[in-house]
Ligand binder design. Structure first.
Ligand code: NAD
Length: 429
């Protein structure tokens, strides 16, 4: 039976940003969806196609068109200042935003305003005001607004949360996480937009979200502290950060506190044995969880080729290329799975039952706290606090601390030596 007899359901996707993450995760997903479509019993068969892309110069899109040769249908490519506007006018149902993190908001806002479902890379946005705007637009236009935090789909993290939910691991007290990116990220890959940016916003957000999602919501975020180092990516007194150490503190209803240290960097040597160094430890009332996200049990050495071309400690769970036992080439992993799941959520809202029940289906998907913008408030609050502390540090006022939901406001920055705080966000986080 041909698939065209099965359905007329179709989702046309628009992609904003065609950089590294597009190539690693969106590209293989769109190629799989082009070849196989999307099927689930509740919404049936849905064609999903990459219909249009928007990027700064359009050069990667052109290169991809040539290379893709049959693995994907033809798509429109828009470049330059009004690329997003043109993409929206082209007729898409869903927009994925994978631009640098300080350029997520504009693209996501205009896509929601145009009535598109939106998926945005982590961290969703850099301030709670921006998050409020996206939430309000998603409500107004009755569309999904979701964020990609692929680490929540890592089988190890799923198991951690399962242990917590089942009560095997009880009451987390503290922990640390580290994520160190190679120098090539700050020096080459992101050179165009690195000035004024920091690795904390780029990757600490993965662990901020993991902690908030896995151990919450029966506690409240209380304080954010942060410091960092400069001098390698940019000048020692400039606004661009090499490494960042963040501490977040939560308070349980009985007054006990939990504290987490998250260390990030993008100046680790390029000949490091893995793609990124990633490690976590969480301590509970009755146990300890240790996970090395890089040393997952495989160690590989190939003369003259590792650790450059082939990493010594690869992570095949995130996104690996394989020849399946049945001969097919494939690319799979939780980095791709989490994007596929978003398309399933959109398909469920639009095609998962009668139109009169669409609002209920939308509400059901909005309630998923792992990826909905409504559940991203603590993560965005921490990112906003971290950015503000670092900005003041770079301006000669280090050592700031942000209090959350105090009498003075939702996000309140205290700087050493200053009697009055600065309110970063007046509403409740
Ligand atoms: N999920 C993950 O683990 C993961 C990994 C890497 C990156 N990311 C996220 O994905 C986003 C992009 O990262 P990347 O590594 O692909 O970056 P990149 O620098 O490789 O690519 C950025 C892309 O955005 C485009 N772009 C920049 N400004 C634009 C604008 N105003 N309008 C339209 N297009 C624009 C550029 O042309 C380029 O195609 C970031 O938010 C990053 O945090 C996520």
């Amino acid at each position: 039976m041909s698939t065209t007899n099965l359905t007329q359901h179709r989702l046309r996707a628009g992609m904003v940003g065609m950089g590294m993450i597009f190539d690693e995760t969106y590209r293989p997903l769109f190629e799989q969806l082009h070849a196989e479509g999307l099927y689930r019993r509740d919404f049936g068969f849905v064609e999903v196609e990459l219909a249009a892309v928007a990027s700064r110069t359009g050069s990667r899109a052109e290169r991809y068109k040539k290379q893709a040769a049959g693995r994907i249908a033809d798509f429109a490519s828009f470049a330059g200042r009004d690329a997003v506007g043109q993409l929206l006018a082209h007729g898409v149902d869903v927009v994925c935003v994978a631009t640098p993190d300080d350029r997520h908001f504009e693209a996501a806002r205009s896509a929601l305003e145009a009535g598109k479902h939106v998926l945005v890379e982590k961290p969703s946005v850099l301030s709670l005001d921006e998050l409020d705007t996206l939430q309000a637009l998603a409500d107004k236009h009755q569309r999904l607004a979701k964020v990609v935090y692929h680490k929540l789909a890592d089988p190890d993290h799923k198991k951690l949360r399962t242990h917590v939910l089942e009560g095997n691991l009880q009451h987390v007290n503290n922990g640390y996480c580290s994520l160190l990116e190679p120098k090539s990220i700050s020096g080459t890959q992101f050179a165009e937009w690195i000035t004024g940016r920091n690795p904390g916003t780029y990757v600490a957000c993965h662990y901020i979200k993991l902690i908030d999602f896995t151990f919450g919501p029966n506690w409240r975020l209380s304080r954010v502290h942060c410091t960092g180092q400069r001098g390698l990516v940019g000048p020692a007194n400039g606004p661009t950060w090499d490494s960042v150490q963040l501490q977040t503190v939560y308070t349980y209803p009985d007054g006990r506190e939990a504290a987490f240290d998250i260390h990030t960097s993008w100046v680790t040597p390029d000949n490091f044995p893995g793609s990124v160094e990633q490690e976590v430890q969480f301590r509970f009332d009755n146990g300890v969880w240790n996970a090395h996200q890089r040393k997952r049990g495989v160690e590989l050495t190939i003369e003259g080729r590792s650790p450059g071309e082939f990493k010594i400690t690869p992570n095949h769970h995130y996104n690996g290329t394989f020849i399946e036992p049945w001969g097919q080439r494939s690319q799979r992993g939780y980095g791709i799975e989490i994007l596929r799941r978003f398309f399933e959520e959109v398909a469920y809202v639009e095609f998962g039952g009668p139109e009169k029940e669409r609002a209920r289906r939308l509400e059901e998907m909005n309630a998923l706290s792992y990826n909905d913008v409504r559940a991203d408030r603590n993560t965005v609050a921490i990112v906003q606090a971290m950015e503000a502390i670092l900005k003041h540090h770079a301006a000669g006022r280090p050592g700031g601390m942000v209090e959350v939901n105090s009498a003075a406001g939702g996000l309140v920055l205290w700087l050493p030596g200053e009697r009055e705080p600065t309110v970063l966000y007046a509403g409740r986080v």
